[in-house]
Design a protein around this ligand. Sequence first.
Ligand SMILES: NC(=O)c1ccc[n+]([C@@H]2O[C@H](COP(=O)([O-])OP(=O)(O)OC[C@H]3O[C@@H](n4cnc5c(N)ncnc54)[C@H](OP(=O)(O)O)[C@@H]3O)[C@@H](O)[C@H]2O)c1
Length: 304
Amino acid sequence: MALTCSASERPICRGRVLVRCSSGCSPLGWAPGDASLRRGGWTGPLPYVPGGEFAGVVEGDSGDEAGLHDGSPVYGYPGLTGCYAQYLRCPVEQLAPIPAGLPIADAAAAPIDALTAEQGLTDVLGISAGDSVLITAAAGGLGHFAVQIARILGATVVATASPQHHEFVHRLGAAEVADHTQPDWPEQVREFNGGGAGRVLACAAPTLEGAARAARDGALIATPVRAEYPGAQRVGWQHYNGQPRGSRLIRMAPWFDDGSLTVTVQARYYWQDAAQAHRIVEQGHTRGKLALIVDDDLAAALEI
Ligand SMILES: NC(=O)c1ccc[n+]([C@@H]2O[C@H](COP(=O)([O-])OP(=O)(O)OC[C@H]3O[C@@H](n4cnc5c(N)ncnc54)[C@H](OP(=O)(O)O)[C@@H]3O)[C@@H](O)[C@H]2O)c1
């Protein structure tokens, strides 16, 4: 692989790669997702281009030093904005070649949530084979990656989701799925876990209180959601942000290639229909992700 990184994760190449985008995406969650930035969370200069993640091909020779030549398919996470665009520049250490097992039309839906899920499970929770982990909001963008990655790491997964997503979350690999629309879901989880979850990845704001109740005394709860954390005298909360590391995407490539990690794209929208995509996302019950297609030829091929 040309874009190799050292063990310390320092990229061997520097600079920004010019990318012609096929699709752009985003955390598409509540905060700090595209919709909340659009609603007024963006405090930078106006006008701004939304979108925090992309897939496309390298344009010209800007990636040559990293072995990413004109036309190489790449995907990445350049920052909070700029990806609903036909062209963008991304720091080389924040992108990676698109794995062969990941369709380019869906690849833009992976970087932020796959990286954030993997980092929460490994760096924060230290999940490894034989562990058990509770993943809340497991059918959403972040959660659906987290369930699969926890299984790849060899963990047993207890998850939460609305009933319409239970079969989906089981198919992702969860052993048990509690219905988080029911007020007693934390008690259900405590039964599954024999006294409460010891390690938890809490993937959505409305599940934070239940996550604390479902956790045993002294449990560690990781979350990328910034909030007031309930029950902090009894359980340990660890907030973290997913870091935009191309090297971590490269490390996950074999999982995409062998099919153990997939991205579910509930729907694809042409870029002119971005407002409709935001409306759907703001309902808070997306299965996996939404993707915006910005390339006209790809949109035509996909008939959107
Ligand atoms: N800081 C970071 O680096 C970072 C990175 C990525 C994501 N995030 C944050 O992580 C959060 C999740 O992002 P996402 O992309 O996964 O969002 P998403 O795809 O919109 O998923 C939202 C999830 O919330 C669940 N949910 C909605 N209403 C609920 C309720 N009343 N009770 C319980 N669960 C409910 C949904 O589950 P059902 O449909 O099954 O009800 C769904 O799984 C967002 O706050 C996002 O900003 C942060």
